[in-house]
Ligand binder design. Sequence first.
Ligand code: 5GP
Length: 231
Amino acid sequence: MSSEIEQSEAQFNSAAQSPGRRGILFVVSAPSGGGKGTLIQRVLNKVPDLSYSVSYTTRAPRNGEVDGREYFFITPDTFEQMVAADEFLEWAHVHSKRYGTSRRQVSREISEGRDIILEVDVQGAASVRELIPDSVSVFIVPPSFEVLRQRLRARGTDSLEELDLRLRNAPRELEHYSAFQYLIINDDADRAASELRAIIQAERARLSRQESEIKKIVNAFTASEIDSNSN
Ligand code: 5GP
C-alpha cells in the first residue's frame, strides 16, 4: 500500500479518536469456513482503535487455538452460570455447541469510544441488531458451496462429523443474508479485507457518529466570525 493511501486511511480513522464519542459495534457473520476469521485478523492488524470481542464457547479448542485469544473455552456448567448471571449480551446454540458474547467487554469498549468487531452467527447478529440498533452488520459469503467445502477441508481442523454439520447448516445460514446492511463476497482475501476496512471507514465518517465533533467546529467558526466582525 502506498504511503499516500495509508495517510488518508489514518485521517479517516482519526474520526474514531474524538473524546466523548461512542464506539461503533460491527457485527460480522458468515457460514463456518466463509473465511471471516482471517479477514477480521487482517483488518484488526490494519485499522487503529478497533478491538475484537472474544466470545465464550462450550466447544473444544482446535489445534493452535489459545484460550482467551480465539475464544474463552468453558464447560457447559460455567456457560449455564454465565447465562443465569446475565453475563452475555447474546448467546446461541450453533452447530450443537453454545457461543456467547461478553456483555461487559462490549459495553466497556463502546463506552470508552473504541469500535469493536463481534463475530457471531446469524442468530447472534439478529439479537444484536435488535439490542443495539445503530450497530453495523456485515455478511460475508464464500463465492460458492464448493469453495466453502474446499476451505473447510483445507482448514483440516474439524472432524468429519463437524465438517458435515457445518456444510449442512450453511444453506440455512445463507438464507439470512437480506437482514444485513453490507455484503462481502469473499472470493479474494485482499479485496474482501479492503472492503471490510472501507465499510469501517465509511461508518466512522457518518455525520450522525460525529455530532459532537461537528458542533465544536461549527461553534468555533461562529466564534471567529463574531471576533472578526468586532475587529
Ligand atoms: P467456530 O466454532 O467455527 O469458531 O464458530 C461457529 C459459529 O459460531 C460461527 O458462525 C461463529 O460466527 C459463531 N459464533 C462465534 N462466537 C459467537 C458468539 O459469541 N455468539 C454467537 N451467536 N455466535 C458465535
